[in-house]
Design a protein around this ligand. Sequence first.
Ligand code: ADP
Ligand code: ASP
Ligand code: MG
Length: 461
Amino acid sequence: MIVMKFGGTSVADSEAIARTISIIGGRLDRKPIVVVSALSKVTDLLYKIADSASEGDRKAADEYIETLQSRHITLAEELLEGNPMLEEARTKVADICSELKNFVGAVCALGELTDRSKARIISRGEWLSSTVICYAMNSRGIITNFIDARKMIITSDNHMKGEPDKAEIMKRVPEAVSAAFSGADAVITQGFISSTVKGEPTVLGRGGSDYSASLIGMAVDAESIEIWTDVDGVRTADPRIVPCTKNISRISFEEAAEMAHFGAKVLHPMTIEPAVMKNIPVYVLNSMNPGGEGTAILHSDKIEDGVKSVSYKENILLMNIFSTRMINVSGFLQRVFAAFSEHKVSVDLISTSEANISLTMDGNQDIDAVVGELSKFADVDVDRDKAQISVIGKNIVNLRGLLKQTMSSLKDCNVYMISQGASFVNISFVVDRSSMKDAVREVHRYLFENKDYESGDQRIR
Ligand code: ADP
Ligand code: ASP
Ligand code: MG
């Protein structure tokens, strides 16, 4: 069995879906479990619907739902033209949208949008895409059964970012998948969407379809997990901001996880963890170039040392905690981390000196409570205009001179913090957000375009 996940651009319109279906058709001998995202930009549209609902703006919400419905109806018409299944598909799309409209109407009337209701709204994108694509696959002769991901992917009740209950998932996925495979060539399910054990709607966080795919792969002991997207694999940097990136043909689980955690949008940060548990190779492939080599994400033993990539996080918070009480006092750090843990704020980088701790964290987190707690025993200062750049590669500690040379490529900007991960996979820098893009390009130019350094035990010139 293999898991094939197709992201928003791979299912953006009828042309992309036809291409996607032909890729799936080429893998039927490997029993594909197809995991799909919402059509490109649909989740953003659903967020707008949720926002309008929370503001009680029913008119705006209804207009957005109209756009949502007509996009999916057009899609069904294009994919199923002349096919008797078209009418059924059209009715299903209309039913899903009218149920959404009723629900949004109720939220507007109530004047309050809980995270639970928001998750219910946001999850409609994958439900719609998987419904239409399932018909399209069947209409093209691939006998495909539909699985409701919410019955298999069970999470905590953090509705907008559910934490998967792996034991429950390991139990439910194989049962659902083997039932759905009876008499079928392929099965299809939704990425991103999930539910609590009580059946309340949850989602796995933005970009979470990758995570769904790897959780399913883990649960069925898949032969491989394929992440089909719009680039030729994992690249040496984000191609949207760096012009001359190169494809990476092989990368380790640790490197890929580190890249994703430190900003590379190509994979959801949690994607690698379930794959590692079962040592399942993950391939990142381009649905617009299916013959391309892509990137294989494999066990570290199969991967050579050296710098693989530069990633960045644009939206971070840099917190400085000062206290003279820290000097020679044991238990200070414990008190600091207890505050983070209690308020569920996770930290990316940390560096300490005698009377100061610097930390970075994802800028989307609400840190008010942590700052309140820390301020009881220290001075806290939060910078919101910084960004983080990470150089990632296996055993980069062996690249003597890397730090010096990377720093020299950062000569035109202030560096507020440096952190070399204990894993030897990551060296990160904090710079001003305004100079981040130039800095990423500079670091990339030095590491991948100049070729004036050597990997392994070599000294960098
Ligand atoms: P999907 O909708 O298929 O999940 P995403 O937009 O989430 O696709 O992820 C693919 C995008 O990730 C690419 O189009 C690219 O712009 C971006 N990206 C960021 N960093 C990298 C990287 N190092 N390698 C490849 N793509 C990257
Ligand atoms: N549709 C969801 C999002 O846009 C999940 C995903 O695409 O992975 O975030
Ligand atoms: Mg994605």
